[in-house]
Write a protein that binds this ligand. Structure first.
Ligand code: ADP
Ligand code: MG
Length: 699
């Protein structure tokens, strides 16, 4: 299969108004073909609902006005300025610029139409100072909106403007494009899908997104284009999942017997309802002969480890080996010790494989793994090194999945023959997003904390209260608790931050905390040094650990009950929540104090307030998404998803669900989209996704 060349795949230069210079400027923003051009959408529209008549302006409010330039002069005086007068038939608005006045004088021509946006003031007339503006041009365009037309405003930049492609230039270009080439737009979504969701044609959508006939035509166009974007994204996920399921005949783990039951009976606690539900989901996957491909999400402390252990025991009871890979030695060791303790009365040979073990010990462990003597194998990257062969690996578990790449995951899986896979993460992802991000994985969520957990008491304080904060830490440490003091480490200023952490450590050890034992942990240390310091803290050899943000996710120090986060205003919500999760893991009441420095932005205050009011990781991540917007929340590169230009995964959830359902059912019906009615869909998909998706199924 290959991407069909269609008419619209031709380079933009086939348009007579586009020469090499314009083509180069367009190419810089990713526009090479006629099709790319069609998908360059306006950034906003001017119409009666967005434009205010001058007569109705209100002082101190933001507004957009469209009018004809009736006067454009430089006024000299105490301070020279350039003054424009705009008339819109209701009244006159003046616009004032105090700098680059010669430039502005040349830019504007009396008689042209202009749209200006800015804050309104009043000096005899309504006035805007340094407004944003769009040249609308001649009568036909400028007055258009007066007759009920909706005028598109396009994003532009300096190099585009230099070749005449400011917003007005784009409007002219699109006028030509839609007039001459709209007939060449081919449908890409199957007809029956369009009908089921009452979607208009792609041709109508692409015309109306540029030159909307009216507001309802515009919203139909937007809806259709959002649907397309989400539909093709979900199609990619559907292919991934389909391929995974059909390429692999997995293991059907039939038995759940004595060992799992004995483990559950031996626990000093009841499983939470969430743990039971998740075990059900996992159980159903394991029983089936399709390989499990499941993501387990659970906030810090929600009890993922025991779920992992039960899952491993199921594999073991069916005669298979189970392996769990953790990102650091300290985490691997912690899991190993937990398992070892929990399996005390259940006969299962458990081993730990990590770096830094003596050659002899390592040899024995590797031997145990390949002979099948070892049933549960816990380790670090050491597990996926060459020379480690399993006898029959039936289940692979990956802890803190974001720390591993896709490749490492695949290498571990390849140590068995289509083993089941469970990946675990403590980074809560808003429910509304897992569909988008993990469409090819099944998702289980531990959304409940074990009973009796004391929520971490959280407060934020200004730096000026530092003395009080330290006194509080002293008090808690005297009562036997351990504490973390965390400094931010932002990449650009790594050196400075490191310096702040080291200096504070020195100052604190010499003064306020001089009768306590302090440790210092930062990213410049070698990894075995870091692990050694973390291990001593865990063993109670330090009272206070001063650290940059390197403290590990998932490290369980039940006796740590206080965390002070310095420069808390610099952290994102999710990060603050992860850091807070270092405490509150034991019996003690725990505390988190967020120390803010300097003047705080509205957003920073909002973040700190949310932290002080909520300990629910899912709620916090939803707020985080709201505050930052999806673009920043998930660097799209990181998530491997294409960036969305028109849809918004937060607000377009309903469209997303429809698109997802259609995409998945299409791939069930016609796994390679080769039926005649799906060929256009297939070729568009290949064109869009060829770089992001290994199209092996095509061969
Ligand atoms: P995480 O999900 O962060 O990996 P852990 O699995 O480390 O959490 O669990 C945190 C603590 O909670 C552990 O000490 C564990 O023994 C305990 N725990 C797990 N499940 C329950 C439960 N159902 N009731 C009470 N305590 C539990
Ligand atoms: Mg854990």
């Amino acid at each position: 299969m290959r991407a069909f060349r269609t008419f619209l795949d031709q380079p933009v230069e086939v348009l007579s108004t586009i020469g090499p210079k314009r083509a180069a400027a367009l190419s810089k923003i990713g526009i090479d073909t006629l099709q790319d051009l069609f998908y360059y959408f306006p950034r906003r529209y001017l119409d009666r609902s967005t434009v205010t008549p001058v007569r109705d302006l209100k002082v101190d409010e933001e507004a957009t006005v469209v009018g004809r330039i009736i006067q454009a002069d430089i006024e000299t005086g105490r301070k020279s300025r350039f003054v424009l007068a705009l008339s819109d038939d209701t009244s006159i608005l003046t616009c004032v610029w105090f700098s680059h006045i010669r430039y502005w004088e040349q830019k504007f021509v009396v008689g042209d139409w202009l749209a200006v946006s800015g804050k309104v003031s009043f000096f005899g007339n309504f006035q805007m100072t340094h407004p944003e503006f769009d040249l609308l041009g001649d009568d036909r365009e400028g007055s258009g909106y007066n007759t009920g037309k909706i005028v598109p405003v396009y994003p532009s930049n300096e190099s585009l403007t230099q070749v005449g492609l400011d917003s007005r230039g784009f409007r002219r270009l699109f006028d030509r494009l839609t007039t001459n080439f709209a007939d060449k737009i081919e449908e890409i979504v199957p007809e029956d899908v369009l009908q089921r969701h009452h979607l208009g044609s792609l041709k109508d959508a692409l015309i109306n997104i540029h030159f909307p006939q009216d507001n309802s035509a515009l919203s139909r166009a937007v809806h259709r284009l959002k649907f397309d974007e989400l539909f093709f994204m979900q199609l990619m996920l559907a292919f991934k999942r389909k391929r995974f399921r059909t390429d692999n005949a997995g293991i059907a783990f039939e038995q759940v017997g004595d060992k799992v039951k004995r483990l559950v009976d031996s626990l000093p606690f009841e499983l939470t309802e969430a743990q039971k539900r998740v075990m059900h989901e996992i159980r159903a996957d394991m029983k089936s002969s399709r390989p499990m491909n499941r993501l387990l999400q659970g906030d810090v402390g929600s009890g993922k480890t025991i779920v992992a252990l039960m899952t491993m025991l199921i594999a073991v009871e069916n005669g298979y080996q189970a392996a769990m890979m953790a990102p650091t030695e300290i985490l691997a060791e912690q899991h190993y010790l937990t398992f070892y303790r929990m399996l005390e009365n259940i006969n299962v040979h458990t081993v730990l494989l990590r770096g830094g073990q003596s050659k002899k010990i390592r040899q024995n462990i590797v031997q145990d793994i390949s002979s099948g003597h070892a049933k549960i194998i816990v380790g670090t990257h050491a597990l996926i090194q060459e020379g480690v062969e399993f006898q029959n690996l039936g289940l692979a578990i990956i802890d803190e999945q974001h720390r591993f790449g896709v490749i490492q995951r695949a290498v571990l899986k390849d140590k068995g023959v289509n083993p089941d896979l469970l990946v675990m993460t403590a980074t809560p992802i808003p429910r509304t997003l897992s569909l988008t991000l993990y469409g090819d994985l099944d998702v289980s969520i531990l959304d409940q904390m074990p009973a009796g957990r004391k929520p971490v008491i959280t407060a934020w304080r200004q730096e000026s209260k530092r003395k009080k904060i330290y006194d509080f830490v002293r008090e808690q440490v005297k009562k036997g608790a351990q504490a973390y003091v965390v400094f931010p480490l932002v990449e650009e200023s790594e050196k400075l931050d490191l310096k702040a952490a080291v200096e504070s450590y020195e100052r604190m050890s010499g003064t306020i905390f001089k009768d306590f034992r302090l440790g210092l942990l930062h990213g410049r240390l070698k990894s075995d040094q870091k692990e050694a310091i973390m291990a001593s803290f865990k063993n109670g050899e330090f009272d206070i650990l001063v650290s940059t943000t390197v403290i590990e996710v998932g490290v369980d120090v039940p006796n740590a009950a206080v965390v002070i986060i310095e420069h808390a205003e610099r952290f994102g919500l999710s990060q603050l929540h992860q850091l807070r999760g270092r405490v509150g893991r034991g019996q003690k009441q725990s505390y988190c104090i967020l120390v803010a420095s300097g003047r705080l932005s509205y957003e920073a205050k909002e973040r700190l307030n949310i932290m002080a009011h909520s300990t629910d990781g899912f709620k916090i991540s939803e707020k985080d998404l709201e505050l930052r917007g999806p673009g920043e929340y998930f660097g799209t590169k990181q998530s491997g998803l294409p960036s969305l230009r028109i849809a918004d995964i937060v607000h377009d959830m309903d469209i997303l669900k429809q698109a997802r359902q259609e995409a998945f059912s299409l791939v069930e019906k016609d796994p390679q989209l080769v039926k005649p009615e799906h060929i256009k869909t297939q070729s568009y998909f290949v064109k869009q996704y060829k770089d992001r998706y290994n199209l092996a199924w095509v061969a």
